[in-house]
Design a protein around this ligand. Structure first.
Ligand SMILES: NC(=O)c1ccc[n+]([C@@H]2O[C@H](COP(=O)([O-])OP(=O)(O)OC[C@H]3O[C@@H](n4cnc5c(N)ncnc54)[C@H](OP(=O)(O)O)[C@@H]3O)[C@@H](O)[C@H]2O)c1
Length: 322
């Protein structure tokens, strides 16, 4: 009887980690190893090293980290820098010592220069300054990409694969009013506004920025394909794009309609917009043989259904009309 290889999914309760667990269960080709944060703090290098040496996972999905929308980046820049640096440094080192065969690390489109040509291809990294509001987070992620590439050079083979998904969304997203990314924040705002019958919802910025969203299960599919596939000669890092671009204004309108909100949408132009456009060039991964499958329309419906099915009522909102 063959035993399926062991894959450690770090951050299995998060948006991407939980999608990886779902996808692993559906494929049935690997056994998942998981730990709660209370059992294993991945920012602790000694505990992480002991864990890797004791369990010797063959594969690792490094989906543990800290991220968030503009508000989180403005309020907790030092935590974002510190936590991501600490986790990735500790896990990459332990994975190298534990003889891990292949590891996926998730970097971020925030790393690209704010004024990079669009769509942004991987060669644009480190050619200019990232958007200032998320610079500390971007620096941690740039360090993570460089750490993967440096370990690969030192080991002599590509074991650590840095992936750059554009904004990810899906079931299990963070809907917290303070830390949520834009899409989840809009789902929450419009769901609450629809439920309370609010006449007006005020959103940050102008609504003009253009964004690209990737469904979490698509990121998970790309991850498993890269863990298992032939990667000789594959250039790293790799963007994970959906190719579907939308303005924040159009996204807000779509989500408002899906959530059943019929009131006014106001834009607070005194608040920051973030980068004007963040579209990733997905050709490198497409040439290797992977493209996203879930459309934004389908992904939004699935995410909203998941949000509505959550047992904890998120109502009533207090800031819907702020
Ligand atoms: N979401 C996006 O749009 C996006 C886009 C590009 C890249 N990424 C990156 O992809 C990774 C995963 O993102 P995500 O959105 O899935 O994040 P998430 O939903 O916030 O989940 C993060 C996970 O990391 C765990 N974690 C945090 N600190 C930990 C620690 N010290 N020890 C052990 N576990 C720890 C959390 O545990 P608890 O459940 O206990 O909190 C949680 O399960 C992050 O590195 C993020 O920067 C995300």
């Amino acid at each position: 009887m063959t035993t399926h290889p062991l894959v450690f999914v770090a951050g299995h309760r998060g948006l991407i980690g939980s999608a990886v667990l779902r996808t692993l269960a559906a494929h049935g080709r690997m056994r998942a190893l998981v730990r709660e944060r209370s059992e294993l703090d991945l920012a602790d290098p000694w505990a992480t090293r002991r864990f890797f040496l004791a369990h010797r996972p063959e594969y690792v999905v490094l989906a543990a980290g800290r991220s968030g929308g503009i508000l989180e980046n403005l309020r907790h820049p030092a935590d974002l820098l510190h936590d991501n640096l600490a986790i990735q440094t500790s896990v990459l080192r332990a994975a190298q010592e534990g003889g891990v065969r292949r590891l996926v690390f998730y970097a971020s489109s925030c790393m690209y220069p704010r004024d990079a040509d669009q769509p942004m291809d991987e060669s644009a990294l480190l050619t200019g300054r990232p958007e200032p509001s998320s610079l500390p987070y971007a620096c941690a992620k740039l360090a993570g990409v460089q750490a993967c590439l440096a370990w690969n050079r030192q080991i002599g083979e590509p074991r650590f694969l840095p992936l750059i998904p554009n904004s990810v969304y899906g079931p299990g997203d963070d809907f917290d009013a303070d830390s949520a990314h834009v899409l989840a924040a809009l789902i929450r705002r419009f769901s609450e506004a629809a439920a309370t019958g609010a006449a007006r919802v005020t959103l940050w910025g102008s609504g003009a920025p253009q964004r690209e969203f990737v469904y979490a299960d698509d990121v998970a599919e790309a991850t498993l394909a890269l863990l298992e596939g032939e990667i000789a000669g594959l250039e790293l890092p790799l963007n994970i794009a959906s190719g579907e671009e939308i303005t924040i204004r159009e996204l807000a309108q779509k989500i408002a309609t899906l959530a059943g909100y019929h009131g006014e949408i106001q834009w607070d132009r005194g608040k920051p917009d973030g980068a004007p456009r963040k579209l990733l060039d997905g050709r490198r991964l497409a040439q290797w043989g992977w493209t996203a499958r879930v459309t934004l329309a389908d992904g939004l419906r699935r995410t909203l259904d998941w949000y509505r099915a959550q047992p904890t009522p998120k109502l009533p909102g207090t800031d819907t009309d702020a």
